[in-house]
Each structure stands twice: as structure tokens, then as C-alpha cells.
Design a protein around this ligand. Structure first.
Ligand code: AMP
Ligand code: ZN
Length: 463
């Protein structure tokens, strides 16, 4: 399996640090508003990377943070007259709902910056002790020129960068390229005690600390949108490698932008759609499929025409899966010679899907292979045996699952809701809240769901 490593600017064979295990860190959103569909692109892309790695048999430790202390959060909190924590908590909840809608699996850990301040103070202290950082009037700066490899990831050179920036006269840094690790408290801002006085961390340090704590000093894959390459990821490398004396990340993956009219979708430019508002127009599964229809390193233009095309493509797949499901109920027998021939053709297409994903997660080509499989199913399943139809159904739904496409019918999905209600009813009964328990029983009855209390627990059936 090969993936493109931003660090070497080449496709490289994927070999994780520990055999069979992958530690993956994906920089997550700053939570001060609903996420927009540009923010959703890395979530969908790297969730698909994770799903494919799991399909290949790797055990994936997937860590993605929420940046919950930041200027924009503080600004929004002050506008609303509430605490920063209230804003970030509110939008973490909303972000998780959007992720669920996009069928992005929850991370193994979703750390929050404000819960990791101690670790950040320890790492900053270590950097000061080693001479990589210095304090001035309550601000701690990272000394970029001391880190020899600075600029490697982004292909930038410190002198060129310095020539391109205006230096503020009041700047207290030793060098204009130094960046902030800790800043002193300002009125109306959240703060924490530290050896340098009350204050709060700079942005970059959180990811160095959380990736080390939840994965280790060296992570296999570090990922995010391409705007994070500089300065965020460059600074993370400088912090982590100076502190740990070990390579920070083996592979760096960056997704290209989701654009509108060929301009990056962003909150600051105002040219964005939130996932929430788009969900009123299209099922989010269509948005996910649309995002995977392009290679993750290619820019993707958002337009109704392209989303409609994705919707039609997805419908073709889902219709074929529905048809296979129906056939499973009526077909019989085991594979015939003809079925064997068709299955051999289908296996080649599965091979094509895997080869595409093995080639730097080329989901566009992988989806073409699924379309070919669907075409094959449409012409061969009708006459096929039960064994063949079942195998085809399992094969296509497995590939869909790697792409995060849900193929179950709505009725089957509803089962989970019924079970959740039954659980809630049990809890209500235990708490002697019989009114609520009866209410739930009636609600289910209205849906034609009949409950039966047995010794083995509650059984249910559709009327
Ligand atoms: P932010 O909340 O701005 O830190 O962004 C969270 C993630 O979304 C980062 O990985 C960004 O690189 C990514 N991102 C932001 N805007 C876009 C966009 N228009 N297209 C693709 N990725 C984006
Ligand atoms: Zn980060």
C-alpha cells in the first residue's frame, strides 16, 4: 500500500511503526460555530482512510482533537455574554451530530485542548530547559532557528519567509519567525496558572501534546487540510522533535480544499455552507459520496450539478443493493458454473477497488470499480443462485462500508431506534417512572411494534 507523504513529496510504501497497528492523528476543528462542508472534507477523507486500514486488518488508534480555546471562540463568547466553555461545548455537540450524519466514525479519542493544559505546560517547560523556547513578560516563544529542520515539511526557508513579513517595532521576540507557545491572560479571556503567570496556550502546542499522550512520540499518520502544512504542522514538528528527540510523524497526509467558484470555502471569506444547512437539501450520505468522488489531493469544486451527479451515482448503487436484497429472499441453490464465472469477474473488480485504494487512497477509481460491480450485478444476479446473490450482496456492501456508505434499508435502521426506546422504557420502569414507561409502550404500539415481556428480557415484533 502506498501513500503520498507531504514530507518527502513522494508516494511511499506504508510501513507503520508497530506491525499491524496504526496511530493516526487528524487535526480537528476549532469549535465556535457549526462546521462547514469544507471542514467536513478532512473528516470524511480520513475516516475513509481509517476504514480502509481497518479493512486491511490494521488496528487503528484514531485521535482527533477539538480546539476549544481560541480567539474566535472567545470573541463569540463575549458577543453572546457567555463563557468560552459554553460556546465550545455547544458546538462540539453540534459537530458530533454532523459527523454522525456524514457517517464519520467517532475517534478512538477526541481530546480537548482545555483538558490537556498540564501536559502543555510540561512540554513548554521542557522546551525552555533545552533552549528551544524562552519567556518574555509572560509570553513563551519557540526559537525557530534553533530547530535545524524548520521548513522541511512546507519546503520553506526561514530567511525567505522573514524577507516576506513586516516586522512590528514593538515585537518582543528575539526573532520575527519565533512563534508563541504560551500567552499571558487578557481581561475577559479564560486562563490557567503556569510558571509564566496566568495565561493560555498558543494553538500549535495542543496537537504535539495530545498526539504524544494518546498515540506516542512517533505517530504513523498525521493528517489535516493542506492549509495546516504551514505554520501549524511545521510548528508541531519543531515542538515535538525538539522535546522528544524522536521523529514526530512518519507520514503526512493533506487533503486539498473544497472550493466554491474555485475559491477555498472558508468562514472568513463568507463563501460557505454549513453541513447543517446542506443536510436540508441533500441526505448527508450524498455529500459524503460527492467528496469521495474526487481524489483527496485534488481540489473539489462544490456545485449543485456535481452533487446531483453524485446523488444519481449513489442511487444506482443503492438500487442495485436493494435488488440483491430482494433476490436473496427468493433465490435458491448453490453456485452454478455460470455463477462461478461471474464471481470470478466480480473478484477482479474487487481487486481493482483494492488496487485503487492501495494507490494513495484513490477513492475516485475505487468508486468506478463499485459501479462496474453494480453493472455486473444488474445483469447477472437475476438468474443467479442464492449462494451467488448472497456473495455479491456481501461483497458490494463491504466495499460500500469502506467508503462509509450505508446500504441498509431504512426499516433496518429503525430497529436501532426501537431498541433504544425499549432500553429507555426498561430504565424508566426500574426508576419506577411508570408514566414514561407506558408512554413509550404506546408510542411503539402506534408504530405497530408489539412488546412482549419474557424471562429472557423484552422481545418485540412488528404487528
Ligand atoms: P479549522 O476549524 O479552520 O481549524 O479547520 C478544520 C479542518 O478543516 C482543517 O483540517 C482544515 O484544513 C480543514 N478545512 C478548512 N476549510 C477547508 C476547505 N475549504 N476545504 C478542505 N478542508 C478545509
Ligand atoms: Zn494540529
Amino acid at each position: 500500500m502506498k501513500l503520498y507523504n507531504t514530507l518527502s513529496r513522494k508516494k511511499e510504501e506504508f510501513v507503520p511503526v508497530h506491525e499491524g497497528k496504526v496511530g493516526m492523528y487528524v487535526c480537528g476543528p476549532t469549535v465556535y460555530n457549526y462546521i462547514h462542508i469544507g471542514n467536513a472534507r478532512p473528516m470524511v477523507v480520513f475516516d475513509t482512510v481509517r476504514r480502509y486500514l481497518e479493512y486491511k486488518g490494521y488496528e487503528v488508534n484514531y485521535v482527533s482533537n477539538f480546539t476549544d480555546v481560541d480567539d474566535k471562540i472567545i470573541k463569540k463568547a463575549n458577543e453572546e455574554g457567555v463563557s468560552s466553555a459554553e460556546i465550545s461545548e455547544r458546538f462540539i455537540v453540534e459537530c458530533k451530530k454532523d459527523m454522525e450524519g456524514l457517517n464519520v466514525k467517532p475517534a478512538s479519542t477526541h481530546p480537548k485542548a482545555t483538558e490537556e493544559i498540564d501536559g502543555m505546560i510540561t512540554m513548554i517547560s521542557n522546551l525552555i530547559d533545552k533552549g528551544y523556547a524562552y519567556e518574555k513578560d509572560g509570553t513563551v516563544y519557540y526559537r525557530t532557528r534553533k530547530f535545524g529542520d524548520y521548513g522541511h515539511l512546507s519546503g520553506k526557508n526561514l530567511d525567505d519567509m522573514q524577507a516576506g513579513i513586516r516586522i512590528a517595532v514593538s515585537d518582543e521576540k528575539d526573532d520575527p519567525m519565533d512563534f508563541v507557545l504560551w500567552k499571558p491572560k487578557k481581561e475577559g479571556e479564560p486562563s490557567w496558572p503556569s510558571p509564566w503567570g496566568e495565561g493560555r496556550p498558543g494553538w500549535h502546542i495542543e496537537c504535539s501534546v495530545m498526539s504524544k499522550k494518546y498515540i506516542g512520540s512517533t505517530i504513523d499518520i498525521h493528517a489535516g487540510g493542506e492549509d495546516l502544512i504551514f505554520p501549524h504542522h511545521e510548528n508541531e514538528i519543531a515542538q515535538s522533535e525538539a522535546c522528544n528527540d524522536e521523529k514526530f510523524a512518519k507520514y503526512w497526509m493533506h487533503n486539498a480544499f473544497l472550493n466554491i467558484d474555485n475559491k477555498k470555502m472558508s468562514k472568513s471569506a463568507g463563501n460557505f455552507f454549513t453541513v447543517r444547512e446542506i443536510s436540508e437539501k441533500y441526505p448527508l450520505q450524498v455529500i459524503r459520496f460527492f467528496m469521495l468522488s474526487a481524489h483527496y489531493r485534488s481540489p473539489l469544486n462544490f456545485s449543485d450539478t456535481l452533487v446531483e451527479a453524485a446523488k444519481n451515482g449513489l442511487d444506482r448503487i443503492l438500487t442495485a443493493v436493494d435488488k440483491l436484497r430482494e433476490l436473496k429472499a427468493t433465490a435458491s441453490g448453490s453456485m452454478t458454473d455460470k455463477d462461478q464465472e461471474h464471481a470470478a469477474e466480480a473478484k477482479k473488480l474487487v481487486g481493482k477497488f483494492e488496487a485503487s485504494m492501495d494507490d494513495d487512497f484513490n477513492t475516485a477509481d475505487a468508486i468506478s470499480a463499485v459501479f462496474e460491480l453494480v453493472k455486473l450485478a444488474n445483469v447477472t444476479a437475476e438468474e443467479g443462485s442464492l449462494e451467488y446473490v448472497t456473495w455479491l450482496y456481501d461483497t458490494i456492501t463491504r466495499l460500500c462500508d469502506i467508503l462509509g456508505i450505508v446500504t441498509e434499508k431504512e426499516e433496518e435502521m429503525l430497529d436501532a431506534d426501537i431498541e433504544a426506546l425499549i432500553e429507555e422504557r426498561q430504565a424508566a420502569r426500574k426508576a419506577k417512572d411508570f408514566a414514561r414507561a407506558d408512554e413509550i409502550r404506546n408510542m411503539l404500539a402506534e408504530q405497530g411494534i408489539i412488546l412482549e415481556d419474557t424471562r429472557a428480557g423484552v422481545k418485540w415484533k412488528r404487528a
